[in-house]
Design a protein around this ligand. Sequence first.
Ligand code: TYM
Length: 331
Amino acid sequence: APRVLSGIQPTADSFTLGNYLGALRQWVSMQDDHDAFYCVVDLHAITVEQDPAVLRRRTLVAAAQLIALGVDPASSTLFVQSHVPEHAQLGWVMQCLTGFGEASRMTQFKDKSQRQGAGSTSVGLFTYPVLQAADILLYQAERVPVGEDQRQHVELTRDLATRFNGRYGATFTLPEAYIPPGAAKVLDLQTPEKQMSKSLPPSGGVFLLDDPKVTAKKIRSAVTDTGREVVADPVGKPGVTNLLAIHSALSGRSTAELEEHFTGRGYGDLKKELAEVVTDHLAPVQARTTELLADTAELERVLAAGAARAREVAAPVLADVYAKVGFLPPA
Ligand code: TYM
């Protein structure tokens, strides 16, 4: 089966609808016909300051949410990035292959560092995409299910793989981003010019573990426009278009079908119905997450087994890389 790898940062108490529709739903659907590796990327999380106890807790909650959403540890390898030291090790080799200018062109770095200010931007934030490349290449992944915002990082990964292969001989598989057509970029409900984010303000973000009342309220107060007609128009009506896209992704009904369904009705009706669709979807996920978190020892066992399986694949790839770059093997 083709290999797939993806990761998610444990940088919030809960994932968002953007994470779910843009990436996690594809993680779940791909695990049946792929050899899937999914990781909670805690090394990436510390590229911005984290409280240690909070990070530890969020890593567990992240794993619980992934399982609750349908990632099955029996068919996918689910693990925590820092449990597999090969990620950081290959990350270093990849850093030495990356041009400074090349890394400087990463738009996510430019955005994030601008927001943080130069004084508090870490070098880790700068090399973040290079570590991500190592995550992907360590498993020889062919497909990487992510949202649109990660396309550039997967392109960088391909460039680095090509460079390594050219310099040291065929080693890495070139991965392809697998980006869903409908919900590749879910927008923030309060600021529909921006993508919904789990860790950055503005937070018109819909969080998977939020109380249903909070979620319904967020959807009811979503920013739309002064028009009345419920029709998709990404330029003129980004807010309404985003709500329709979320509805469509969750209900499985096409945008055209939804426009028809809401003919003669206003934004209020759309929001009311969407709130129901979303909270109905999330109720079982929340219940299952709570159940899983009631037994963290079991969750930790699952993650330990995942890390052991991941290392079986990662260790020989790293050993091959070390040999190829000319490191003297330890006697
Ligand atoms: P993270 O944690 O920021 O996001 C996790 C996934 O959710 C997607 N996503 C969205 N998709 C659509 N609309 C949105 N509003 C939205 N917000 C987030 C992201 O595209 C991502 O797929 N750099 C990665 C983490 C990572 C990784 C990897 C991914 C580290 N190593 C290796 C793939 C392969 C990230 O952005 O995580």
